[in-house]
Design a protein around this ligand. Structure first.
Ligand code: ZN
Length: 232
């Protein structure tokens, strides 16, 4: 059984090399990067929409307040004109100064808000430009990736056919175990023991397992979960 599974693993290494070539390719990375950006666009847009809405609501309330205070100031100015009492006039002047101070503060708040709104607008424009660039990148590199993948398709199919044939001589339960580890991205999976230690993680093997190995069985390491065999 050891020989058969080793032969399978040797062939499987070729398949894995193809998978890793594709996985590590610039084409796949650029495609994935663009896809990730495009997937986040809606969320980014929604967050900008909310910011814009909040800012414009704030701006609106400042405008209303500004208008109200402006009208009050006008009334006070009118009252000052018709006022003959010195004390009353001085009181009104003080009130008018206070109002002017408040109006100026509102004006500064409005200016700051305008700045913020312009910043949001710039973010919108940037998002739009970046989205366009990501769409172009996705299109270009997805096509290149597909081409790369298709170029390896014949080789991949040939290996898979060979694996299917090699698989027939391996025990079913053992094959399942191997495949599930392969799925978990373990590779290689089958290691030769080093004396009484796991060939992969060097953990000591129990006597019971050592005996199993001696009789030609394949065992699983308790520590790193790899499969182990002993050479005849
Ligand atoms: Zn181990």
């Amino acid at each position: 059984m050891v020989k058969e599974l080793l032969a399978y693993q040797e062939e499987d290494a070729l398949l894995r090399a193809i998978e890793q070539d594709l996985q590590g390719s610039e084409e796949r990375k650029k495609t994935a990067q663009a896809r990730k950006f495009l997937e986040g666009v809606d969320e980014n847009l929604a967050s900008l929409d909310k910011k814009a809405k909040d800012l414009s609501g704030l701006y609106e309330s400042i405008s209303v307040k500004h208008k109200e205070l402006g009208e009050t100031l006008k009334e006070i100015a009118g009252a000052i004109e018709g006022c003959e009492d010195e004390n009353a006039a001085s009181y009104l002047h003080k009130k008018a100064d206070e109002l002017l101070g408040k109006l100026n503060a509102l004006q500064s708040q409005a200016s700051a808000l305008t700045e913020d709104m312009n910043a949001v607008l710039r973010s919108y424009q940037k998002l739009k430009a970046n989205t366009k660039a990501a769409q172009a990148q996705y299109k270009e590199f997805k096509a290149k990736y597909d081409e790369l993948k298709n170029g390896k398709e014949d080789e991949r199919k040939a290996i898979e056919a060979k694996l299917a044939s090699l698989e027939k001589s391996v025990d079913g339960a053992l094959m399942e175990k191997y495949k599930s580890k392969r799925k978990d991205k373990m590779f290689p999976i089958l290691f030769e023991v080093k004396g009484n230690m796991c060939g992969k993680c060097l953990m000591e093997i129990s006597m019971a397992d050592v005996n199993k190995l001696k009789s030609g069985e394949i065992i699983e390491c308790d520590n790193c979960r790899c499969l182990m065999y002993k050479k005849d």
